[in-house]
Design a protein around this ligand. Structure first.
Ligand code: NAD
Length: 505
């Protein structure tokens, strides 16, 4: 497909999704497809004044929306899910076009949006608190969950649509309004999501104006949202570097944050592992999405008795994996997002070699010329955990190290700053249970005989330490989008004070 036809495909797809051609032309932010490097759109960024006005409007919308019954709010999210079902193919294709994901991953991301909408609709009838035993006669103590305010959503390029929906679906059923700043690398998918949501809002009928909106901006636009006192919660997904800036700034004004930051995820392969299963899971976890998932498997600790076999099988997978244009082929590995990502990959591989690593793969593959960055995923045998293994490099690099003692493997797995996802391959119940126990993996996600990536929406998603501690998606993650009030009601005739205190006047 030629450059101009990629641009026309973009215009056509975006038109089908409800975004006008005018919104894709003449703006100050150029959008390039990582699939071939071509400029496919120029979109307009918002000024600080425009963003502030949008937040003020969202705050007014919140004041109305918080009075709408939860199940009725759920109806809006149900409609959003319906619109997403209708747009799945087209939106999935724009994800491939703009973020470079292979088709099944682009579609999978939209499916994740549909799943969270379904979850949130059910949740809209279950925003429940507890009734708690009270020490005072004729009293009742309970807790109530109330809407919080404006939720500011900041998202990363690598999950350009799903992360927004995780946040927006929960925030909306919880009675909040939302303002979204997508990654400056992926504004088109965001414009498409807004058009889809606008259709749901139109069908819903009487939602307040400005309830859920987005704006395109670079980092400085995100900072406006971070510092705005009317943004009650900033849910920020991206690098640990970003979280280090956003966290303290929001805390300074006593705002709340959900931080979903970088991962440096590891797997442990034990002597009893089902090797076929482990190889498949590790290959997907490490090479899938060209290594650009927060949950990508980046480190692997293999028992010395299995090491040679595992490395031989992985080498075969790495040398055989198909690399190609996700818009034109059924290759399993697509491009890196941009030149910076490629430079970071090369730097990490040089550093690994300097630390004694042996690299298989990792070379650039010419798919569509110089303006796009396709690389063969790299498998790096490391003599010990050292150098670049301690950092997240957002590229398909898997470091493999031998271990002999299980406790040492656990220690190595936990010895990095990030704490997002982890996995173990074993058929030994002692190893599996220890891995999941308080002295096991220190990550927010710990899996047995499943790789580090590909989480379902039903569980709470997020990680510890430098991953930021936030939780989104399933389980009781909704509580972060609401405020809790403890209520004590006295239905008696006396006024007993707690702890037996007397204060008779
Ligand atoms: P990034 O940190 O460069 O950017 C993420 C977003 O933050 C962008 O929208 C950016 O404009 C904004 N931003 C950056 N600095 C900011 C600041 N000071 N104030 C306000 N906004 C700011 O990340 P990226 O390169 O787009 O994405 C890759 C990173 O995201 C990886 O580290 C990956 O692990 C992480 N990630 C984490 C999760 C998770 O759930 N834990 C999910 C996806 C991606």
């Amino acid at each position: 497909m030629s450059a101009s036809s990629l641009k026309s495909e973009t215009i056509e797809l975006m038109g089908k999704l409800g975004v006008s051609q005018a919104a894709l032309e003449g703006g100050d932010l150029a959008v390039h497809s990582p699939t071939n490097g071509e400029k496919i759109a120029e979109v307009k960024t918002s000024s600080a004044a425009e963003i502030k006005a949008q937040i003020e409007k969202a705050h007014e919308a919140f004041k109305v929306w918080r009075t709408v019954p939860g199940p009725r709010r759920g109806e809006l999210v149900r409609l959003l899910g319906e619109e997403l079902r209708a747009s799945k193919e087209d939106l999935g294709r724009v994800v491939s076009l703009e973020a470079g994901k292979i088709p099944s991953e682009g579609l999978g991301e939209v499916q994740e949006m549909i799943d969270i909408c379904d979850f949130a609709v059910g949740l809209s009838r279950q925003l429940y608190g507890l009734t708690i035993a009270t020490e005072r006669a004729d009293h009742r103590m309970m807790e109530t969950w109330h809407p919080l305010g404006v939720v500011g959503i900041i998202s990363a390029f690598n999950f350009p649509v799903a992360v927004w929906s995780w946040n927006a679906a929960l925030a909306l059923v919880c009675g909040n309004s939302t303002v979204w700043k997508p990654s400056e690398k992926t504004p088109l998918t965001a414009l498409a999501c807004q058009a889809i949501l606008d259709r749901a809002l139109a069908k819903f009928g009487d939602a307040p104006e400005g309830l859920a909106t987005m704006f395109v901006a670079e980092r400085d636009g995100g900072e406006v949202m971070v510092d705005h006192e009317k943004v009650a919660l900033v849910s920020a997904t991206g690098s640990t570097r970003m979280g280090r800036q956003v966290g303290p700034r929001v805390a300074q004004r006593f705002g709340r944050t959900i931080l979903e930051l970088g991962g440096n995820n590891a797997g442990i392969v034990c002597p009893s592992a089902d090797m076929d299963m482990a190889v498949r899971a590790i290959a997907f976890g490490a090479m899938g999405t060209a290594g650009q998932r927060c949950t990508t498997t980046r480190r692997l600790f293999v028992h010395e008795s299995m090491y040679d076999d595992m490395v031989a099988r992985l080498k075969k997978a790495y040398l055989g994996v198909t690399i190609g244009d996700p818009l034109k082929s059924d290759a399993l590995v697509g491009p890196l997002i941009d030149k910076d990502a490629a430079d970071n990959m090369n730097k990490a591989l040089e550093s690994a070699k300097a630390s004694g690593g042996t690299v298989t793969g990792g070379e650039r593959v010419d798919v569509n010329g110089d303006a796009s960055y396709y690389y063969r995923p790299a498998l790096v045998e490391m003599p010990e955990q050292t150098g670049p293994m301690f950092e997240e490099t957002f590229a398909p690099i898997l470091y493999v190290t031998k271990y002999s003692d299980f406790d040492d493997a656990l220690e190595m797995q936990n010895a990095v700053g990030a704490g997002l996802s982890s996995c173990i391959f074993t058929l030994n119940v002692r190893e599996a249970e220890k891995f999941l126990s308080a002295v096991g993996s220190d990550c927010g996600i710990a899996n047995v005989n499943i790789g580090t990536s590909g989480a379902e929406i039903g569980g709470a998603f997020g990680g510890e330490k430098e991953t930021g501690g936030g939780r989104e998606s399933g389980s009781d993650a909704w509580k972060a989008y609401m405020r809790r009030a403890t209520n004590t009601v006295n239905y008696g005739t006396a006024l007993p004070l707690a702890q037996g205190v007397s204060f008779d006047i």
